[in-house]
Design a protein. Structure first.
Length: 247
């Protein structure tokens, strides 16, 4: 804290100011301790819930990847809200967005592929996480006031997501394999799509196939969803009617 000029102050006034500062430091210390304990408890509860989910869906990497995409999206919304509320500077939010896309999103696209610690993938992930940590350490507009938020962000958002990702990797080495088509760095993939028309067509076809599979799955589970999809897509309605007649 900045030293203040005590000359000209009466002893009673000086004592009152010192007592107020001591009380503020006392409250700050206990609030910080409460934030640390609450963050650790929340992280332990998150790990326990995630472990129970993995035990139930151990051999379903598609479902696990989908849930991790939801978690990453929630983290990104949380961090954007910090910038919108004026708690974190704009540069920090921009760095965080790059790290989440080039780091977390790229890792989920490659899941469940396993990489060695000496690989380019592992080195890139560690450097991105370190850059995100440093950006938040210097990016809070009032770090002393929001130190509890920084600790929660550090444990839950920045370094907690890699823990959940490592927990989700299959124990069987045969399941730790992804298609070579998807085990490519996101920056390389974006560049290929930008400069190669063949890659763009293949990406569009892949997205279309994925969307069709999701629509078929939704229509098989819900009659209301089937009616909505048939009303919105004449092509799907013809395919569904043809399938019904064949049955």
């Amino acid at each position: 804290s900045r030293p203040f000029n005590w000359r000209g102050w009466r002893p009673t006034e000086l004592q009152t100011v010192l007592l107020r500062r001591m009380a503020y430091q006392y409250v700050l210390t206990w609030s910080l301790l409460a934030s640390v304990i609450a963050t650790i408890v929340a992280f332990g509860l998150l790990v326990w819930i995630w472990g129970a989910f993995l035990d139930r869906h151990e051999h379903d990497p598609g479902r696990i990847r989908a849930v991790m995409f939801i978690i990453l999206s929630f983290v990104m919304v949380t961090e954007l809200s910090l910038g919108a509320c004026g708690i974190v500077c704009t540069k920090t939010i921009a760095i965080s967005l790059v790290v989440n896309l080039w780091g977390g999103f790229d890792a989920l696209l490659r899941f469940p592929a396993s990489h060695d610690l000496e690989s380019y993938f592992s080195a890139k992930q560690f450097l991105l996480l370190a850059a995100k940590t440093m950006s938040y350490a210097f990016g809070f507009l009032s770090f002393r006031q929001h130190i509890g938020k920084f600790i929660a962000l550090l444990l839950l958002n920045i370094w907690g997501l890699p823990v959940l990702y490592l927990m989700a990797l299959p124990l069987d080495p045969l399941e730790q394999v992804a298609d070579d088509e998807y085990d490519v760095d996101l920056a390389v993939r974006v560049w290929q799509i930008a400069v190669c028309s063949k890659e763009r067509r293949r990406c569009i076809d892949t997205c279309r196939c994925w969307m069709n599979r999701k629509l078929v799955a939704a229509s098989e589970k819900s009659d209301l969803a089937r009616l909505a999809i048939c009303a919105a897509s004449p092509q799907y309605r013809k395919a569904f009617n043809k399938k019904g007649r064949s049955v």
